[in-house]
Each structure stands twice: as structure tokens, then as C-alpha cells.
Ligand binder design. Structure first.
Ligand SMILES: NC(=O)c1ccc[n+]([C@@H]2O[C@H](COP(=O)([O-])OP(=O)(O)OC[C@H]3O[C@@H](n4cnc5c(N)ncnc54)[C@H](OP(=O)(O)O)[C@@H]3O)[C@@H](O)[C@H]2O)c1
Length: 255
């Protein structure tokens, strides 16, 4: 094998790839030879990311298809349109998620809790259900769920989000058992604090960032491209014997 990380000929869907970790991951997958589908709720934002990737890696490397992870029909369209454009799906990166509630879990409304579970767990299950059959048929596929170190811990503020991220670890383990015999691998990445819009409140204030840095062995927060490398790894032949796992990438915070 020439290059353990070569993704030439592979097609990847990355949800939430208009910015942040998803965008960095789509760029890194394209840099390693994959064709990528950029997706988020906003078509224009996705168009911009796809255009930049095409400018760098050649026309036809990226396309943009808007889809909300809250909308099952939209996710079905995302899969159908990807197949129409690229003919196949080899890599699925379930990266988009949301957290509409901050506060003690004891105070959350049912509809807020459901929304978090729907967006962060059920939508991943929907996408996996849709793409896995063709992967199983080819006896080759990689599914990556971007979870969080929140799924390993309790929190007085983001408890429901953490429940959803813990469920993602189990979703990966379970699908890894179901699809392993067909050589479809399912893994999670659990990032710590990464400099994106999603976590802006936690790093925008320099004092707060300093505090976080003090309790982080690597003494800094992460950047989106530092998660993208793990996405490439898990998607590639380098991770051929890895399934059902959660890779923690957090500068050492959880150790
Ligand atoms: N940043 C961190 O510190 C951190 C830590 C641990 C885990 N994570 C996880 O990393 C993943 C990516 O987060 P990020 O930090 O990269 O966030 P981000 O920079 O805010 O990007 C979020 C992406 O998801 C899209 N998105 C949001 N809601 C969506 C929906 N309902 N349907 C479809 N797309 C949606 C956004 O685009 P639109 O607004 O256009 O839809 C955007 O492309 C999430 O699963 C998050 O839980 C992040």
C-alpha cells in the first residue's frame, strides 16, 4: 500500500461542513483524494466552502447540498443527490449537532430534551441507516460520528447535550457490531474544546480561555484542523482494524 491515508476514489458526506470542525474535515478529506459533499442548513455557506475546495483540488471535487439534520426527508435527499452526483458513498461524517439548552438537566423541558436527542443521536441513526446498505454490499465503508468529551462526564450546564453525546458512543459501538461482518467501520471522535462558533462562549473571553488552558496539559484549546486529521485517519485504510471506538482529542483534559 503506497499511502495509508489515501482516499482517492472515495466519496464522503460531511454534515455541518459549512464551518468549524466539519469544514476542516471536508477540506482534509478532499486533500487526501476524496470527493466531498458539503452540507449544513444554509446552501450559500455550503456553496462557498465547496467552491474553495474545487478551486484548490479541481472542479468536481466538492458539491454543496443543504440539509437540516432535524429533517429526515432533507437527509434522504442529501443521500439521493450525493448518489446522483458521485454514484456512491464510502465515508459518512455525522458532525452536525446542536445544543439549544444551557442549565441543569433537572430544569429542561421535554421538547428541549427531545430536540437534542433528535438532532444529536436520531439524525445520525437516520443517515447511517441510509448509507450503510450500499457500504455493506461493497464490503467497505467508514462512518464517523463527531461526539464530545462531554459524553464522558457530567455537567451542571450541558447535561442533556452530554447525554446525547454519550449515546453517540453507544450508537457507534452498536452499529460497529451490526456492520462489522460487512467491513463497515463505525467510530466516534470526542473533541475537547475547539475554537469554533459552537464553543465561542468558552474561548471568546481571554480570561476564560486562560483558565481553561491552565487545566489542559497541552496548555491551549484545539483548532478545527486538529480534529480533521482524526477524521481522515478513521476514514482511511490506516484505521482498517479500528471500529466501535471513541478517539478522545482534547489536549489531555480528560486524563
Ligand atoms: N467546538 C467544540 O469545542 C466542540 C467540542 C466537542 C464536540 N464538538 C462537536 O463538534 C461538532 C461540530 O461542531 P463545531 O464546533 O464545528 O460547530 P460550528 O463551527 O458551530 O459548526 C456547526 C456546523 O453544523 C451546521 N449545523 C448546525 N445546526 C445544523 C442543523 N440543524 N442541521 C444541519 N447542519 C447544522 C452549521 O451550519 P448551519 O448553521 O449553516 O446549519 C455548521 O456548518 C458538533 O457535533 C459538536 O457537538 C465541538
Amino acid at each position: 500500500m503506497k499511502n495509508l491515508f489515501d482516499l482517492t476514489g472515495k466519496v464522503a458526506i460531511v454534515t455541518g461542513s459549512s464551518r468549524g470542525i466539519g469544514k476542516a474535515s471536508a477540506e482534509a478529506l478532499a486533500a487526501h483524494g476524496a470527493k466531498v459533499v458539503i452540507s449544513s442548513r444554509k446552501q450559500e455557506a455550503c456553496d462557498e466552502v465547496a467552491a474553495a475546495i474545487n478551486a484548490e483540488h479541481g472542479d468536481g471535487t466538492a458539491i454543496a447540498i443543504a440539509a437540516s439534520i432535524s429533517d429526515k426527508a432533507a437527509l434522504e435527499r442529501l443521500v439521493v443527490e450525493t448518489r446522483a452526483a458521485f454514484g456512491r458513498i464510502d465515508i459518512l461524517v455525522c458532525n452536525a449537532a446542536s445544543n439549544p439548552y444551557y442549565g441543569p438537566l433537572a430544569g429542561i423541558e421535554d421538547d428541549q430534551f427531545r430536540k437534542i436527542l433528535d438532532n444529536n443521536v436520531l439524525s445520525n441513526h437516520w443517515l447511517i441507516q441510509q448509507v450503510a446498505p450500499e457500504m455493506c454490499e461493497r464490503k467497505d465503508g467508514a462512518i464517523i460520528i463527531v461526539s464530545s468529551i462531554g459524553g464522558l462526564r457530567g455537567s451542571p450546564v450541558i447535561g442533556a447535550y452530554n447525554v446525547s453525546k454519550a449515546a453517540d458512543f453507544q450508537l457507534a459501538r452498536n452499529y460497529a457490531v451490526e456492520y462489522g461482518p460487512d467491513n463497515v467501520r463505525v467510530n466516534c471522535i470526542a473533541p475537547g474544546l475547539i475554537r469554533t462558533d459552537f464553543a465561542r462562549a468558552l474561548w471568546e473571553d481571554p480570561e476564560r480561555e486562560k483558565q481553561t488552558n491552565r487545566s489542559t496539559p497541552l496548555r491551549r484549546i484545539g483548532e478545527p484542523h486538529e480534529i480533521a486529521g482524526a477524521v481522515v485517519y478513521l476514514a482511511s485504510p490506516a484505521a482498517a482494524f479500528m471500529t466501535g471506538q471513541a478517539m478522545v482529542i482534547d489536549g489531555g483534559v480528560t486524563i
